[in-house]
Design a protein around this ligand. Structure first.
Ligand code: IVH
Length: 693
């Protein structure tokens, strides 16, 4: 035997063994060999791979830390939006939810799974069939805005509890199709967080405020070797295939994930009644301090998939799941000062400056103070002792003033300013409002806030247009409105501090590409009162162009469901101002797209569920999926009795067998194309189904 043919089997053997030990160590917390023995195996593999570079594969355990992503992180659309969860804070809210669920579930028996609510950030991992009948990790995305995430694969690969490959055996046992997507939470364990902050302190860097922010920052670090040192962890809780749910209940999903080799949080259960939910919640609360990672509540999910589907979704969250949030933690500290800042709507916002105090997993020195009303009612004084409160992700707030023998009241009563601290003009409070607002429409604070908001994530997404850049652009008077952003040149940016050739070009490119963000984003960016993401989307769909909205009458707006009198007033007020109308003209002139494509509701394939398998002669998998969906059809990842057609190409696998077994009609690509044409000849009204979520 020559060198190479001896090396190949040994390399495979070492990889298998190392994968097993990684799983035992990082997922099961039950190592079978010493760290040293592990290192010996790893070193042998590294040596063999160095001697035989032709045998190196990206899924080798030696390849967790690879190169940097060349162009930063690519934005990629999620196969299905990553939603949020509705929250409950009390037993009463929990009971209300349970009642609602049972009401909507009809006759179905309702059972729930109980899980911990991990305080990290959610990610989506995509796996695809490999040549050995198993699957391999192809890419991983952050949640981003829920629709589109960032491709952080190089960093996710460094997380030892994320399997790079999954064996055919595990896959088979789990019953999961070869192409699948795992969703879960990336957390930074407390020990890793403490270590990271100690190191940052040594380097004279500011400490990260909490493990969640640290985990988020780490995942977006462009140097995978740094990410690898930070020891992030992944807990998996959700499984999809081809953007669709697998036909499994939530408990079965957690079991399948375990079978696949993912880390699933061991503190989980299955309950029937609210009393049992409360029991789980209390025991989680007790355990909270000793887990070694942060949790901020408990997640309850309806177990049965049929019931989940029946319950469906609201815009942002499933109706079949609920996050029960632990009540906020409180701490006592002294308030040094109150400062007032002015937001983009001109609102004056009071902030308490505090003696630093540790609460809810982080040291804080600032807290919000509600509004002017509250401050007046409480008769707040500088020097008061206050209880500050902080729940998982909420900004800390001052909850109450404490007064006793050890904590005397402060001396100087705080008088709420009636002039704007930014421009010196009057600030006024309208009837029935709790806040003061600066009355000056040219207040510099408005422009600053508007620019920052315009560029922010989920609005126009202009990376690099942060606080520092905005401050400089205003100072130099390079921009007087958001429309001026589109006139900036690279040369102008180069004259600003902290801008080099590369960052200047990137910002210009980012600004340029924001022109295509579309009407809904522009509407959000304008900062019209009461117009948030959802309303902006609705308005964009209903009116189709900014001009139609600018010229809309009260009656036009009233016709739109979801737009009540309050929102309508906000819109009419906004566009009644000449300066705002002028701004729209300038944005038009700058070439900003302010139209929305009407979502085509094609219906040729409405009501049909189609499964794709194998390689089609001309259409790519994504292309075929997009075509089917554009025609109103659904693409599913697995074959069931409900499947209308299986479209099979070359090397079609088990899905084709399943189709035959269940007698689901099978088409080739030509058949699919014919179906599309044939469908088009039908009267669409006959086929039209309202596609419920
Ligand atoms: S399920 C559609 N399960 O909480 C289902 N989420 O506040 C959505 N989270 O975005 C998620 N632990 O990042 C689920 N056991 C758990 C979770 C969990 C933490 C996070 C997740 C989600 C956020 C919503």
């Amino acid at each position: 035997m020559d060198e190479k043919s001896k090396a190949a089997p040994r390399i495979e053997e070492l990889r298998e063994e190392l994968r097993h030990h990684e799983h035992m160590y990082y997922v099961m917390d039950a190592p079978e060999i010493s760290d040293h023995a592990f290192d010996v195996l790893m070193n042998e593999l590294k040596r063999l791979e160095a001697d035989h570079p032709e045998l190196l594969t990206p899924d080798s355990p030696t390849q967790r830390v690879g190169g940097k992503p060349a162009e930063g992180f690519k934005k990629v659309r999620h196969s299905r939006p990553m939603l949020s969860l509705d929250n409950a804070y009390s037993e009463e809210e929990l009971r209300d939810w349970d009642r609602r669920v049972r009401g909507l579930a009809g006759n179905a028996k309702v059972e729930y799974t109980t899980e911990l609510k991990l305080d990290g950030l959610s990610i989506a991992l995509h796996y695809e069939a490999d040549k050995k009948g198993g699957a391999r990790l192809v890419y991983g995305l952050t949640r981003g805005d829920g629709q589109t995430g960032e491709d952080v694969t190089s960093n996710i690969r460094t997380i030892r509890s994320v399997p790079l490959t999954i064996s055919a055996e595990r896959l088979q046992k789990s019953g999961v199709p070869q192409d699948f997507e795992v969703r879960g939470e990336v957390v930074m364990p407390e020990a890793a967080f403490t270590k990271m902050n100690e190191e940052r302190e040594k380097q004279g860097l500011a400490a990260a405020v909490n493990p969640r922010n640290a985990a988020a920052g780490t995942l977006r670090t462009v140097e995978p070797s740094i990410v690898a040192q930070r020891r992030l962890d992944l807990y998996a809780y959700f499984l999809l295939s081809g953007g669709e749910y697998l036909p499994m209940g939530q408990e079965a999903i957690l079991d399948a994930l375990t079978m696949l080799g993912f880390r699933v949080n061991p503190h989980r259960g299955r309950v029937h009644k609210v009393e049992e939910m409360l029991e789980f919640i209390h025991s989680a609360e007790k355990r909270r301090a000793t887990l070694g990672y942060n949790i901020d509540g408990v997640v309850l999910k309806v177990d049965a998939q049929a019931t989940q589907q029946r319950l469906g979704y609201t815009g942002r969250a499933p109706r079949w799941a609920l996050a029960y949030k632990f009540t906020a933690e409180q701490a006592l500290t002294q308030m040094r000062d109150i400062l007032i800042s002015v937001g983009r709507s001109g609102k004056l916002t009071p902030t308490a400056y505090l003696n630093p105090v540790f609460v809810g997993g982080a040291t804080i020195s600032r807290a919000t103070l509600h509004n002017a009303d509250w401050i007046e009612r409480m008769g707040l004084r500088i020097g008061d002792w206050v209880k500050v409160e902080r729940g998982g992700d909420v900004i800390p707030k001052v909850a109450e003033i404490v007064e006793d023998a050890d904590h005397p009241r402060g001396t100087a009563r705080f008088v709420y300013p009636t002039i704007c601290p930014e421009c010196g003009n009057a600030a006024a409070r309208e009837e029935g409002e709790a806040d003061y607002r600066c009355v000056n429409v040219d207040c510099p604070a408005l422009l600053r806030g508007t620019l920052e908001h315009w560029g922010s994530r989920g609005v126009m997404n202009i990376e690099g247009l942060g606080e520092a850049a905005v401050a400089q652009l205003r100072e130099r008077e390079l921009v007087r409105s958001v429309a001026d952003l589109y006139k900036l040149t690279e040369e102008q940016l180069l004259t600003l501090e902290r801008f080099g050739k590369k960052s200047a070009r990137t910002l210009i490119n980012q600004i340029e590409s924001s022109k295509h963000a579309g009407l809904a984003r522009v509407l959000m960016g304008l900062g019209i009162r009461f117009v948030g993401e959802r309303t902006a989307e609705t308005l964009a769909q209903e009116f189709g162009s900014i001009d139609a909205i600018v010229n809309a009458t009260e009656e036009d707006l009233a016709r739109v469901e979801e737009v009540g009198p309050r929102i309508s007033r906000g819109i009419l007020d906004f566009f009644s101002r000449p300066s705002n109308r002028q701004l729209i003209e300038h944005l038009h002139a700058a070439g900003v797209n302010m139209t929305a494509e009407k979502k085509q509701r094609s219906t040729q394939l409405a009501g049909l569920t189609i499964v794709l398998t194998g390689t089609l002669p001309t259409l790519s998998r994504d292309g075929a999926k997009a075509t089917i969906e554009a025609a109103g059809g659904k693409v599913s990842g697995s074959v069931s009795k409900k499947t209308s057609y299986v479209v099979a190409g070359e090397e079609a696998g088990s899905k084709l067998d399943k189709a035959r077994e269940l007698k689901v009609p099978v088409l080739d690509e030509a058949g699919l194309l014919k179906l599309l044409e044939a469908g088009a000849q039908n009267d669409p009204s006959e086929l039209a189904h309202d596609r419920a979520m």
